[in-house]
Structure formats: C-alpha cells, structure tokens
Ligand binder design. Structure first.
Ligand code: ATP
Ligand code: ZN
Ligand code: MG
Length: 310
C-alpha cells in the first residue's frame, strides 16, 4: 500500500461480511484470523499447482519450514530494525506451581495473565523466504549458477484489519534467488513478466507498480524512499476490496547485498551474494478470483476454470 492511503473501510468490511456469509471465510472473532472452506482451499491448491506449472521447470530446490524461525536467526535478520510493529514472538509459561496458581486466579478474574509468559526460542515467520538465507549461508559459498529455492509457509504479521485481504496469518509461496547481481536481476525481471502473464491467464485485471515496504518510524521513511528510488520492490496489484486502492497479490523484491551481508552468503569468487524473491500471497489471489469471478466457482469463466482445473 502507498504511504498516505486511507483504506476504504466500509467496502472492505462489506466484502469480508459477504465472504463470511457465503461460507468461504470462517470468522474467529479476531480481525485478520480466518478459517477457510473447502472451496476456498481448493482454489488455493489449484493456484499453487499453477505457480508450479509456470516456475517448476527452473529446477528450484524445494524447502518447507514450519511457520516459525529460530529466535537467534530472527534477531540477526534485522527484522526488528525495520518492522518491529509487525513481528510476532512465541511466548510460553515457564513458572512454578505458585505462578501457575496465580495465572489461573487471574484468568478466572478476567485479569491480565500473559505477563507470566516468557519468550521461547521460536518466532513466527514474517516472510516465507526468511529461513532460506541462513540455510544457504550455512552450506558455504554458492555454486557458480547460484541458488534457486521454492518455499511455502504461513506467515504472521501483526496488522489486524477489516480488510479480508490483510490477514494476520496467511500463506506466502516464494521463489528465492541468490547469486551474482546479474543472475538475480535477470531472475526478478523474468518473474515480473511471468507473474503478469500468469495472473492474466486467470482473467484478472492487473497492474504492476513500484512499491515500498512499511519500514517503521522516521528512519523508515528514508529507507522506503530509497527503496522506491532504486526500484527495488515491485508489486502486482489487483482490485480486491477496493477499486481505487488495489491490493498487492505478488511482490518482486531485489534485496541487493542486504541478506548476503547479514548472513555472509558468498558467490564462488568470494563476493557478497545478491538476493531477490518473488512472493505470491495465496489468500489474496484466491480473494481476487472470488472478487472478479464470483463466489460460485462452477460459474467462473470456462477459460479460467480450464487454467485451474484442467
Ligand atoms: P502490502 O503492501 O499490501 O502490505 P506487502 O508489501 O507487505 O503488502 P510483501 O511483504 O511483499 O507484501 O509480501 C509478499 C506477498 O504476501 C504480498 O504480495 C501479498 O500478496 C502477501 N501479503 C502480504 N501481507 C499480507 C497480509 N497481511 N495478508 C495476506 N497476504 C499478505
Ligand atoms: Zn521474500
Ligand atoms: Mg505489508
């Protein structure tokens, strides 16, 4: 989303209510936390297969992580510098019996009880690609052809919203590339084109635009401006809950040597590796399909059904 945008709350809430009424989203009482119906999940799965059909021949190394990072990796990743407001840490009870009694009493009396919880060594994954960089670095210098990784994970971001397309827990499918600047830039360019063609094959109205991440605070505004000036982030946008504020459904990010430096990831000649990733928001794509083709998947255009269900 662009800085200064004020979301059209009414339209977002109305679309969310309609999705819930149709049974596609299952409410939990928490904004941004939903269950999903079998129909919704089928669309997500079929879209996952479509991504594989477009990207599968590139020979990506598949890695699947649980939706959590080791806390020491998270601390080193720099996430807290840029996005402290979005992070979610896992805490657990570590007290004795007395502390347990006190917890139960406070729970019973409707008092705050969570201050007895202590940080664990687990942090929720904020972006599917985060575990990839330390994993690659651990393996030593990259091979000459660099690395290409396919990751898929639930991600957590503390951004509760009435917009059903802005969830707190959602799935991100990514291709991550590491190598020389030339390899990484070529990868991102090819995905900007492929991503657009892939989404157009689903008869969705798409626009690709320059974007920035929601860096925190005053220093963050400069980081965001710099990211835009250098053209480091592009998004593929589709109107979902609002016509005039389309939603990012795919992101194309060039990190330059940011993660290479952080994790000491190197190319065979000893240079710091560059990295890029392309991320698909699985729920957002499903929501875009429901928005544009209707809630009844059997009534979707035949061409779209053919692309997804063959
Ligand atoms: P936005 O600008 O809408 O906040 P973003 O720039 O934060 O999106 P990325 O960090 O690039 O998004 O994440 C990659 C992809 O994950 C996005 O293109 C989007 O499809 C999806 N995504 C991001 N945040 C959410 C969310 N809160 N709920 C659902 N999907 C999301
Ligand atoms: Zn990524
Ligand atoms: Mg965001």
């Amino acid at each position: 989303m662009r800085a200064g945008d004020t979301p059209a709350k009414d339209g977002q809430a109305a679309f969310r209510d309609a999705l819930i009424a149709a049974g596609l989203l299952i409410p939990t009482g928490v904004d941004g936390l939903y269950g999903r119906s079998g129909v919704f999940e089928d669309v997500v799965e079929r879209f996952g297969d479509l991504i594989a059909a477009w990207g599968g021949d590139d020979g990506a190394d598949v890695m699947r992580f649980p939706p959590a990072l080791a806390r020491n990796q998270f601390e080193r990743s720099g996430y807290l510098k840029s996005f402290p407001h979005l992070a979610g840490t896992v805490h657990a009870f570590k007290g004795d019996e007395r502390a347990h009694q006190s917890l139960l009493r406070r729970l019973e009396e409707g008092e705050e009880w969570t201050d007895a919880q202590m940080a664990t060594s687990v942090v929720l994954t904020p972006a599917a690609c985060y575990p990839v960089y330390p994993t690659l670095a651990e393996r030593g210098p990259l091979p000459a052809e660099g690395a290409l990784v396919d990751v898929y994970s639930y991600c957590f971001r503390h951004e509760p919203s009435l917009d059903p397309a802005r969830m707190q827990l959602f799935r991100m499918r990514e291709y991550v590339r590491a190598g020389t600047p030339e390899q990484v830039i070529a990868f991102r360019q090819s995905w900007v084109e492929r991503g657009r063609a892939l989404m157009e094959s689903l008869a969705l109205p798409v626009a690709v635009d320059l974007a920035n991440d929601p860096f925190f605070g005053r220093a963050g505004r400069m980081l965001a401006a710099n990211q835009r000036d250098q053209g480091l982030k592009f998004e593929l946008l589709i109107p979902i809950a609002s016509q005039d504020q389309p939603t990012a459904c795919l992101s194309f990010n060039y990190h330059q040597d940011h993660f290479g430096l952080l994790w000491d990831l190197r190319t065979p000649d000893g240079a710091v590796a560059h990295t890029a990733c392309v991320g698909f928001g699985m729920e957002r794509v499903a929501l875009a399909l429901f928005r544009h083709h209707g809630f009844d998947v059997k009534a979707w255009p035949a061409a779209v059904r053919a692309v997804l269900w063959g």
